[in-house]
Design a protein around this ligand. Structure first.
Ligand code: COA
Length: 215
């Protein structure tokens, strides 16, 4: 699929900067970068272990299964680097959906996992903002979407702080990642004047960003 671009987040535009001065002030000068995940990245982040109740996000597949899964082109797995150190990973498309949700609207689904040691320290908005900025620059989606367990308050808070709002709530047929109820949050990317997306069909040229249609 051939995206080679690396987007560097300009922290001055992160909403809510300074709300966690003890952790963000020193880090704000540093950049969060995204690039396609490598086998080494996958082997590293699949070893990460969250403590309860977030242990439902631990990846239990074997390293080989994980490498095969996350490096599949349609998973669009990316690694996040904070000051050049692996700090998270994200996926774009079907991997970020939960069975039972309404995904009929044309949108780009985002899944994000920040390294366990970095969570709960007020850094989430930096990673979310970097992923959102990269997603818009790379895929030019008509809408961004995340699906979050209703009990995952910190995830709900951080995505809402990034401008996402609740579009729907749904129950899963059986517990998925420790939860039976999920919220779908969406956000409409701001577009520069004169570049508004057409209301229905979108024509493509070779110069346009990567397709969303295989998700
Ligand atoms: C979801 C995730 C990206 C959030 O990032 P984070 O760095 O842990 O979040 P933060 O520490 O910045 O906290 C975000 C908000 O939740 C609040 N918060 C943190 N821990 C909390 C807790 N245990 N209970 C309730 N609120 C909490 C913070 O105060 C902050 O709120 P504020 O912005 O109003 O001050 C990260 O935790 C993660 O990757 N988790 C594992 C995977 C996951 O949960 N995925 C869900 C879909 S993204």
């Amino acid at each position: 699929m051939g995206i080679d671009s690396t987007v560097v987040l300009d922290d001055s535009r992160v909403p809510g900067n300074g709300r966690h001065p003890e952790t963000t002030s020193a880090r704000n000068a540093l950049a969060v970068e995204l690039r396609h995940a490598t086998e080494g990245d996958v082997r590293a982040f699949t070893r990460w272990r969250y403590t309860p109740p977030y242990d439902v996000y631990n990846i239990d597949s074997t390293p080989e299964e994980s490498v095969e899964y996350f490096l599949a082109p349609d998973v669009r797995c990316h690694a996040l680097f904070d000051d050049r150190v692996l700090a998270g990973f994200c996926t774009f498309g079907h991997d970020a959906r939960v069975p039972g949700g309404d995904y009929s609207a044309d949108g780009l689904d985002i899944g994000l996992g920040v390294k366990p040691e970095l969570t709960g320290r007020g850094l989430g908005i930096r990673f979310v903002a970097a992923v959102v900025q990269y997603a818009i620059a790379t895929f030019d989606p008509p809408m961004l979407r995340v699906t979050i367990a209703r009990g995952n308050i910190r995830a709900l808070r951080v995505w809402k702080r990034a401008g996402f709002s609740e579009a729907s709530i749904f129950a899963t047929a059986r517990d998925t990642m420790g939860s039976g109820e999920f919220a779908i949050l969406t956000s409409m990317p701001a577009r520069p004047k004169g570049r508004e997306a057409p209301p229905t069909t979108r024509s493509r040229t070779t110069a346009e960003p990567e397709s969303l249609n295989d998700s």
